[in-house]
Design a protein around this ligand. Structure first.
Ligand code: ADP
Ligand code: ZN
Ligand code: ZN
Length: 719
């Protein structure tokens, strides 16, 4: 490890002698976009620390961590006028140049300040340590590395078993081995769930490791990291593998980040934030389930880790593999050859078959309109009779069923049978959800919770009843409808405590549950061996959602859920995927019947093209929050007005009128948004870059009128 020179002593109020020694450095400090501070700040230092060096600098009255951005500032201030760099974090090599370029790109693309972007992606703990504390950390770290915990035991580790690739894997591997292209390509690995994609990642990782390179593997959710970690650890017992996600303690996160940055970790497994891990020997990037919305950060700098991974691959000239059974339509379009109307940017590799005999379950679309109507005054049962019977049959055979309902709680709303009172949240434009376990009404938007009232707060009527159904109620109803079956539930409510999810999953694996009720949380990734039936209770909601991506997401979710069934070749022959619907002829279900992602994508793309939506157009969303809806919308209207002329000049850029968001008030804050659409990305970015300064000052002016916050979301996922 290169040892940094001892830090220079801070010179408090050094006399301006005109001969002040030192050099000018431009340094990034944490400064949110809204502070108005967009670029680096200049400081004086005793030597020209290279860009990427982490330093401590005075900012106002505090000393903060900064990142040397350039070994040269601007000449606006004389050296004497500049404050001095307090100290340099020792034993920390500068962040590498490609990392700095990635930050620069991300800040420019997602319209954030450089300082905010850079500081946001460093481990939080690193930003809080001064040089002395940091030095102590490094010592501890070095000591832990000398422990023979890693590496030494490799010799007596059990022989690692690598299965022989299937013919489909063989073809894919052959294509991936072709490194003749000048720029290593981005590949879309389009393969069914269980087609052996992960196996391909592992083999490619092995090849990269053999060349002395580091590998970055990204998964969408923390829940999925332990499984993959176990699989990776088993294959690469002699390697240093670290994970990076928000579930780690600050100390663990810092440790793993440092191991990666120092080149000591060989494999980094992580969620979206891992895309920013400095890796001096990077040789391969894998983005598993690339279509997953979790790759998009939903606040602050709203970056897409998938898109940044692609950019990073390009920057560092390393191959990128994007894997999915249901690629995002953007990726699909990029991977479609030009001759077929696509962009031809990525290489498309296909693995249609599941490994072994495992077939995808047979899809059964159950037409709810053909089912007997419930008696007057009665609610329709959660599951129609034929589906219940099918589940009962499985239970008898000792097989498991998975029932999906994407709504937690007991019932989404409570209502008074007399006056019509509903359990509205006093702070949001939303209903509070009834949770029966602790008899609370809880708002899923602001968290506001209260005990369920004994009687209607408006009229005193004692009969207040649940309307609709969440997972808690479904669990209860299924236990009633299926006597003898052991019904379990997995959702965010029962897995809140650390280790609860693992425990629940283990009990499913151990066969202690016959029927598992769950939200989309269980649809992803888990390798359930005994599940032979998956059912979606109420998937229709997505068909008529206002968000143009709803159908795409629902198709991906249903297919992924179906992939949970029949993962054991022994039982896959009779596994089934049920969907209950009032719209059996809908294109989404027609495509699902034959697992025909390709035709579903083609149909969706046709609609997108006709409507001028991504991937055929580029979007940005300007969002505003205010004390009143008027305040939020006023700012947006003024923001539109300010750039209208420029938009016309650029051509192809369209500004839509401001509208309230779907849930317009959350925690007493009113929210509105304005869509900006462009037929070309460059035009959109040019407009946004030019607008930022204007919008900043407009926001300042609107603050007294009740504007609270505003933000730009480039390539927004939720509309
Ligand atoms: P995916 O990532 O596409 O869902 P996996 O890589 O997890 O697929 O593979 C599905 C199952 O098939 C796993 O249990 C895996 O161990 C097994 N598998 C994958 N490739 C092979 C192979 N070439 N030979 C034998 N088993 C394999
Ligand atoms: Zn009432
Ligand atoms: Zn609320």
């Amino acid at each position: 490890m290169p040892l940094a020179a001892p830090p220079s002593a801070p010179v408090e109020g050094a006399p301006a002698s005109g001969l002040t020694p030192g050099v000018r450095l431009s340094v990034l400090v944490e400064a949110p976009q809204h502070s108005g501070l967009l670029g680096p700040l200049d400081y004086r230092a005793d030597r020209a620390w290279p860009p990427g060096t982490l330093v401590r600098v005075p900012l106002g009255r505090r000393t903060v961590t900064g990142l040397v951005w350039a070994a040269q500032g601007d000449d606006r201030w004389t050296l004497e006028q500049l404050k001095e760099v307090v100290e340099v974090l020792p034993d920390l090599p500068p962040l590498p140049e490609p990392w700095l370029k990635l930050i620069k790109f991300a800040a420019g693309y997602y319209q954030r300040s450089l300082g905010e972007m850079a500081m946001m992606v460093l481990p939080p703990e690193l930003r809080q340590l001064d040089a002395v504390q940091w030095a102590r950390r490094v010592k501890r770290l070095q000591k832990s590395l000398k422990d023979p915990a890693k590496g030494a035991q490799a010799a007596d580790a059990p022989e690692v078993h690598w299965p022989a690739p299937t013919p489909e894997q063989g073809q894919v591997l052959q294509a991936l081995a072709d490194t003749s292209a000048e720029q290593p390509p981005v590949s879309l690995l389009w393969g069914s769930t269980g087609s052996g994609k992960t196996e391909v990642y592992l083999l490619q990782a092995q090849a990269a490791l053999a060349q002395g390179r580091q590998v970055l593997i990204m998964v969408p959710e923390i829940n999925l990291t332990p499984q993959l970690e176990a699989r990776v650890a088993e294959r690469f017992a002699d390697r240093v593998i670290v994970s990076l996600h928000s579930g780690l303690t600050p100390a663990q996160r810092l440790r793993n980040w440092v191991l990666a940055h120092l080149g000591l970790a060989d494999i980094v497994l992580g969620t979206r934030l891992a895309v920013f891990t400095p890796l001096p020997r990077l040789g391969l990037i894998v983005v598993d389930e690339e279509h997953d919305p979790s790759y998009k950060q939903q606040d602050g700098a709203r970056y897409s880790a998938r898109d940044l991974a692609v950019y990073r691959g390009h920057l560092e000239r390393v191959p990128v593999i994007l894997g999915s059974a249901t690629p995002s339509l953007e990726t699909w379009h990029n991977a479609m050859p030009v001759a077929e109307g696509g962009a031809g940017r990525y290489r498309r590799l296909t693995m249609p078959s599941r490994v072994g005999l495992g077939l995808m379950p047979q899809v059964r679309v159950l037409d709810l309109s053909q089912q007997p109507k419930p008696a007057p005054g009665h609610e329709a049962a959660a599951l129609a009779r034929p589906l219940l019977d099918a589940i009962a049959e499985r239970t008898e055979r000792g097989e498991q069923s998975l029932i999906l309902l994407n709504r937690r709680g007991y019932a989404p709303v409570l209502q008074c049978s007399d006056c019509g009172w509903k359990s509205e949240c006093p702070h949001c434009s939303a209903w509070r959800v009834f949770h029966k376990v602790d008899r609370t009404l809880r708002c899923h938007h602001c968290g506001f919770a209260e005990r369920v009232p004994r009687a209607c707060p408006d009229c005193g009527n004692q009969d207040i009843h649940p309307v609709g159904r969440g997972t808690e109620r479904l669990e209860e109803q299924l236990a009633e409808a299926l006597p003898g079956a052991r019904v379990g539930r997995i959702d965010a409510d029962v897995t809140r405590l650390k280790g609860a999810l693992e425990e629940k999953l283990a009990s499913v694996h151990a066969g202690e549950v016959d029927v598992l009720v769950g939200t989309q949380m269980v649809a992803k990734g888990h390798d359930f061996r005994r599940i032979t039936l998956v059912a979606a209770v109420n998937p229709d909601a997505a068909l008529f959602a206002s968000d143009f991506r709803a159908a795409e997401r629902q198709f991906a979710l249903l297919l992924q859920a179906a992939g949970r069934a029949g993962r054991d070749a022994g039982v896959s022959g009779h596994s089934e995927m049920w969907v209950q619907t009032y719209h059996p002829a809908h294109a989404l279900y027609t495509a699902l019947r034959t697992y025909d992602y390709e035709s579903f994508a083609a149909q969706q793309l046709k609609e997108r093209q006709a409507a001028g939506l991504p991937p055929y157009a580029h979007l940005a969303m300007l969002r505003a929050e205010g004390k009143t809806q008027q305040a939020a919308q006023d700012f947006l209207s003024q923001a539109a007005l300010a750039v209208e002329a420029h938009a016309l000049e650029l051509g192809g850029v369209l500004l839509y009128p401001p509208v309230p968001t779907a849930v317009q008030r959350v925690a007493n804050v009113e929210r509105a948004q304005m869509l900006i659409e462009s037929d070309n990305r460059a035009g959109l970015l040019r407009l946004l870059s030019a607008a930022t300064a204007t919008w900043l000052s407009l926001a300042q002016k609107n603050r007294p009128n009740g504007l609270i916050r505003w933000a730009v979301d480039v390539d927004p996922l939720a509309i």
